[in-house]
Design a protein around this ligand. Structure first.
Ligand code: SAM
Length: 276
């Protein structure tokens, strides 16, 4: 793909196109087509099955918003699980919270971890931290075998296709509830309201039937489909909109702030209508 333009088709009729300086690695793994490319605009970028997963220049938005909203909502998160997330970005953000004693990452594809460490050190560079336990396994099975274990669970998976299809089911969310402690919180990346409104609607419906506090928040991610990204949060006890100011300890971020923590839940009308 060197010196060419790469297009990710975000729908049958619309895509995002970017100039690729060179291809760093391409491999059909046991689960997906893995491509690592150097782009002119966004730096090194991981693609899975032709879909943008993460890029050096804008990755901080997604990784900060997946991690810090639940971790500042929970008063004392110690044991954290990331399902998917093999690029390491969510783990990097989780480790910024001194209360976290253990961060487990379960990604089904070890090749994503291997090549993220090699070509995305700015993102994957914390996977060797002593607090991190990296497991190559199906997140669905890991959740099914867990009970009353985690304070916070983040689902940083690919789209609901291929290996991730089970990670968007009501049964999986019920399993997450079982895997969480009695006051646990979970967040799942929930795609975009422009092209995947029905997905957002049914995820909210399913999560709302399991968690007493269920909300949606959004962030601007230029390299993701439509540029507007949604996150579903399900909480057994703590409301992300009722976090006192003294809870927000200082951390280094480039997108997340304590003001944005609450503002992210103020939804454009067409998005709010999806989750009424
Ligand atoms: N931030 C990206 C997004 O929102 O689309 C996701 C990036 S992360 C690299 C996605 C990861 O989910 C991939 O590494 C993939 O291997 C992993 N994954 C997909 N299905 C999985 C499953 N059933 N269990 C564990 N990991 C899974």
């Amino acid at each position: 793909m060197a010196g060419l333009w790469f297009t990710e088709k975000q729908t049958e009729n619309f895509g995002i196109t970017m100039k690729v300086n060179k291809t760093l690695h391409t491999e059909q793994t046991d689960f997906q087509m893995l491509e690592m490319v150097e782009t002119a605009e966004w730096g090194n970028m991981l693609l899975l099955d032709g879909m943008v997963m993460t890029a050096v220049k804008d990755e901080f938005v997604y990784h900060e918003m997946v991690a810090h909203v639940p971790l500042f909502t929970h008063p004392n998160p110690e044991n954290v699980l990331v399902v998917g997330g093999g690029d390491g970005g969510v783990i990097r953000e989780v480790l910024k919270h001194p209360s976290v004693k253990k961060a487990t990452l379960v990604d089904i594809d070890g090749k994503v971890i291997e090549y993220s460490k090699k070509f995305l050190p700015e993102i994957a560079g914390w996977l060797e931290d002593l607090r991190v336990d990296v497991q190559v396994d199906d997140g669905f099975m890991h959740i099914a075998q867990s009970e009353n274990e985690y304070d916070v669970i983040m689902v940083d998976s690919t789209e609901p296709v291929g290996p991730a299809v089970n990670l968007f089911t009501k049964g999986f969310y019920a399993g997450i509830s079982k895997a969480l402690k009695e006051d646990g919180i979970f967040v799942a990346q929930s795609d975009n309201p422009w092209f995947k409104g029905e997905l957002i609607r049914h995820v909210q419906r399913d999560v709302r039937e399991i968690f007493p506090i269920t909300r949606l928040y959004v962030a601007n991610i230029p390299t993701y489909p439509s540029g507007l990204w949604a996150f579903t949060i399900g909480s057994k006890k703590y409301d992300p909109l009722e976090v006192s100011d003294d809870r927000f300890h200082e951390i280094e971020t480039k997108y997340y702030t304590k003001e944005l923590h609450k503002a992210a839940f103020v939804l454009p009308k067409f998005v709010g209508d999806l989750v009424k």
